[in-house]
Design a protein around this ligand. Structure first.
Ligand code: MIC
Ligand code: SF4
Length: 636
C-alpha cells in the first residue's frame, strides 16, 4: 500500500506500537529545540535526569522570548541556559540571533527527521518536510536524555492545494482559509499533510507560514513534501547535503481530505479574539487601525520583509498608525540591511524592533487601550498583546503593510495591480557567529537568584476531594491559564512566584482561593488548554494544589503537560454533565487505581453522580500515579 509522508517518517522512527490512528505509539527523536521561556524548566528537568550529555543528533537552545531584560531575571535565565548548553553538548543560539523557528529552518532543519520542540510552533519545520512536534519541556528533556516521544498516532488530513495564488494573496491567506474551514480545534489528533499541484509555486517561507500556524488548528503537526523548492532553499542556505526528496507514494491514503483552489482565495483576516474568526477583508466595513506589526515566527522571513520593504519604498506610514517590524533572524536582518531594504523600511517611519518574539508574546509594543492592532502573527487571544481591551487582527505581511499605509484595515490589492516581485537569493548570507557550538570542554552551570529549584509533586492519592475552584468556557487558552507578557515571563524559572498569576485574566482571586482551599478542581469546556506548549500552565496549577481538570475536551499538548505534572485530566462522558457542576461545588472521586476507563465523580453539593473518563494509556496512568513524569522516571 502506498504511504503518505507522515506515515513514512513515523514508520522510520517507530519505537513502540502500531501505526494505527488513535493508538498509543512512541517515536525516536532526532533533534530537539527549546526557547528561553520554556527552556529553563526543560533544562532543570534534564539536569535532574543525571544524563552526562544529550543523546540526540542535534539539540539547540534558543533565546528569543524573554529579551526585554528590565532587570536581572531574564539575563539570569540566559546565562543559565548558555552554561547548561555548554555542559551538555547543546548548540546555543544567543539573544539577537532570531526567533527559534525561523533560525531552525535556516540553519538546522532536515527533511525526513523528527524534531521535538518546547514551543507549540515547532511544526514550522514541516515546511521543509520534517515531522516537528511541539511538546512540554519535560517531554523535550526526556528526548534529550535519549527517550522516545509518546503520543497517540494521529490521523492524517490531506489538504490538496490546486491552482495558483492571485497577486497580493499569500501563504498566510492559505492557512487562514484552513482555519476558517477547520476551526481552532479541527486539527486535534491530526497531522495536516499538504499536497497537490498548487504547492509547487509556494516558496519555503510560505510553506513554513502554513505549517507554523497549523498549531492554531490544534494539529499535532503539519507537513509539506521535500521537493525541488526545498532543495533550492537548503542549497541557498549552503546545506545541500541536508536535503533529500520526500513525497507521498502514488495512491497514498489519507484519513480525511479537503481541497483548496488557490486561485479563488482572497486576502483574509482573523478577527479578535480567535485565529479561526476568519473572513475576507473586503467583507468588513472600515476598521480604523492604531498599530501594525510585522514579525513573529509566522511571517518574518526574508520574503516577508522584502515584500514589506518594497511596498513601503518611498512612502510614509499613515500618521495614526505606529508600525513595528521585527526581522525573524539575524540572517534576515543582515540581508535586508545589506541590500538597502531596511533603509526603505526605516525611511517610511516604521519602528525596527529586535529579532525576537517581542510583541507577539506581549514583550513590548502593546497597543493603545481599546486599540486595533493588525499583525502578521499567529495568535490574537484576549490580552496576549499586553492590552486587555485591544483587538488584534491577524493578516499576511501584504495586508499589514497596506494597512500601515492607509490607516484602515486594507485589502493589499488596493496598493497596486502587481504585487512586489522578490528575487530569490542564490545564497543567503551565512554567518553563524551568534550560535555557540558545543565542545567537550568541562564547564559549570551558572544559577543566578532567579533560577529556583523545581517543585516536586506528590504521588496521586487513592481518592480526590475538594471544591470546584473555577468553571471556564470553551476554547480556554494557555494564555488564560498562565498568562505571559513582560510582567510575568521573567518569572518562568520561579514557579512559586509565577503561580500568583494563574487565571489572572479570568479570575485574579484564583491563586489565593486555591491555596486557601488546599487545592481542588477546575472545570472546562471544549478544547481546554489550546495554544502554547508552556508547561507552567500545568506546573503552576499543580503548585497551587489543583488535582484534576474536568472538561469536555482537551488540546493535545496541555493534556500531556497535565499528565507530566501529575494532574488528572478527565473528560465528561456525557458533555451535558458540564451543566451539572458549578463553581464552589464540593466534589469527590475515588480512583480505584485508574483500572476502569471511567470513574464516578460525586458532586456532593448537588447530590449527583457524574461519569468521567481519563483516557490514559498504561504508561500515562503510571506517570499520573507517580505524581508526574519526573517521579515516574525516578521509579523506573
Ligand atoms: C507562544 O507563542 O505562546 C509561546 C510563548 O511561544 C509559547 C511558549 C511559551 O509559552 O513559552 C508556545 O507557543 O508554546
Ligand atoms: Fe515567539 Fe510568537 Fe512564535 Fe511563540 S508564536 S514562538 S511567542 S514569535
Amino acid at each position: 500500500m502506498g504511504l503518505n509522508i507522515t506515515q513514512k517518517i513515523f514508520k522510520k522512527h517507530l519505537v513502540e506500537g502500531d501505526l494505527v490512528a488513535g493508538e498509543p505509539i512512541a517515536i525516536k527523536v532526532d533533534q530537539t529545540l527549546t526557547q528561553d521561556a520554556t527552556g529553563t524548566m526543560a533544562y532543570l528537568q534534564f539536569e535532574a535526569m543525571k544524563v552526562p550529555r544529550v543523546k540526540t543528533k542535534l539539540s539547540v537552545s534558543y533565546v528569543d522570548h524573554n529579551t526585554l531584560q528590565t532587570d536581572y531575571r531574564n539575563m539570569d535565565d540566559h546565562i543559565y541556559l548558555q552554561s547548561v548548553a555548554a555542559k551538555y553538548g547543546i548548540y546555543f543560539s544567543r539573544p539577537g540571533n532570531g526567533i527559534c523557528h525561523q533560525v531552525h529552518l535556516e540553519r538546522f532543519g532536515v527533511p525526513g527527521q523528527v524534531l521535538l520542540g518546547s514551543d507549540s510552533h515547532t511544526p514550522t519545520q514541516g515546511g521543509i518536510g520534517m515531522i516537528s512536534i511541539g511538546a512540554g519541556g519535560l517531554d523535550v528533556a526526556l528526548a534529550m536524555a535519549g527517550k522516545p516521544f509518546y503520543l497517540n498516532m494521529p490521523k492524517v488530513l490531506n489538504v490538496k492545494l490546486k491552482g495558483k495564488l492571485k497577486p497580493w494573496v499569500a501563504g498566510k491567506d492559505i492557512i487562514l482559509e484552513v482555519l476558517r474551514r477547520l476551526t481552532v480545534k479541527g486539527g486535534v489528533g491530526k497531522v495536516i499533510e499538504y499536497s497537490g499541484s498548487g504547492i509547487k509555486k509556494l516558496s519555503i517561507p510560505e510553506r513554513a507560514t502554513i505549517t507554523n500556524m497549523g498549531a492554531e488548528l490544534g494539529a499535532t503537526t503539519s507537513i509539506f513534501p521535500s521537493d525541488d523548492e526545498t532543495k533550492k532553499f537548503l542549497t541557498a542556505q549552503k546545506r545541500p547535503k541536508s536535503w533529500s526528496r520526500l513525497e507521498a507514494d502514488k495512491g497514498a491514503k489519507y484519513d480525511e481530505q479537503i481541497t483548496i483552489d488557490l486561485s479563488k482565495l482572497e486576502p483574509l483576516v482573523a478577527q479578535p479574539h480567535m485565529p479561526d474568526r476568519v473572513t475576507e477583508i473586503k467583507k468588513l466595513k472600515k476598521i480604523k487601525v492604531n498599530q501594525v506589526a510585522v514579525g513573529s515566527c509566522t511571517n518574518s522571513s526574508y520574503r516577508d520583509l522584502m515584500t514589506v520593504a518594497k511596498a513601503l519604498k518611498g512612502k510614509t506610514i499613515h500618521p495614526d498608525v505606529s508600525m513595528g517590524v521585527s526581522p525573524g533572524s539575524k540572517q534576515v536582518f543582515d540581508m535586508i540591511s545589506q541590500n538597502g531594504a531596511l533603509a526603505d523600511i526605516v525611511a517610511s517611519g516604521a519602528r525596527i524592533l529586535e529579532s525576537a518574539c517581542g510583541p507577539c508574546i506581549g514583550m513590548g509594543f502593546a497597543p493603545t487601550s481599546k486599540g486595533v492592532s493588525v499583525r502578521s502573527f499567529n495568535r490574537n487571544f484576549v490580552g496576549r498583546s499586553g492590552t486587555k481591551d485591544a483587538g488584534v487582527y491577524l493578516v499576511s505581511p501584504e495586508t499589514a503593510v497596506a494597512t500601515a499605509l492607509k490607516g484602515v484595515l486594507t485589502d493589499p490589492r488596493k496598493l497596486a495591480k502587481t504585487a512586489p516581485k522578490i528575487a530569490w537569493p542564490k545564497s543567503f548570507t551565512i554567518n553563524d557567529n551568534m550560535i555557540i557550538r558545543p565542545t567537550k570542554k568541562k564547564t559549570k552551570v551558572v544559577r543566578g537568584p532567579n533560577i529556583k529549584p523545581l517543585p516536586i509533586s506528590e504521588p496521586l492519592s487513592t481518592s480526590l476531594s475538594g471544591e470546584v475552584l473555577l468553571k471556564t468556557q470553551d476554547n480556554v487558552t494557555t494564555d488564560h491559564i498562565m498568562p505571559a507578557g513582560a510582567r510575568i515571563l521573567p518569572l518562568r524559572s520561579n514557579v512559586p512566584a509565577i503561580s500568583e498569576f494563574v487565571f489572572e485574566g479570568i479570575d485574579p482571586t484564583f491563586p489565593e482561593r486555591a491555596k486557601k482551599a488546599g487545592g481542588g478542581f477546575v472545570i472546562g469546556g471544549q478544547n481546554y488548554g489550546q495554544g502554547s506548549s508552556r508547561e507552567h500552565a500545568a506546573l503552576a496549577p499543580m503548585y497551587l494544589g489543583v488535582k484534576a481538570v474536568i472538561v469536555k475536551s482537551f488540546a493535545r499538548i496541555h493534556r500531556a503537560n497535565l499528565i507530566n505534572f501529575g494532574i488528572l485530566p478527565l473528560t465528561f462522558v456525557n458533555e451535558k454533565d458540564y451543566g451539572k457542576i458549578e463553581q464552589g461545588d464540593k466534589l469527590s472521586l475515588s480512583l480505584g487505581g485508574l483500572k476502569s476507563d471511567t470513574l464516578i465523580l460525586k458532586n456532593k453539593s448537588k447530590g449527583i453522580d457524574i461519569e468521567v473518563a481519563h483516557g490514559l494509556a498504561e504508561r500515562a496512568k503510571d506517570i499520573v500515579k507517580a505524581g508526574g513524569a519526573l517521579g515516574y522516571a525516578r521509579q523506573s
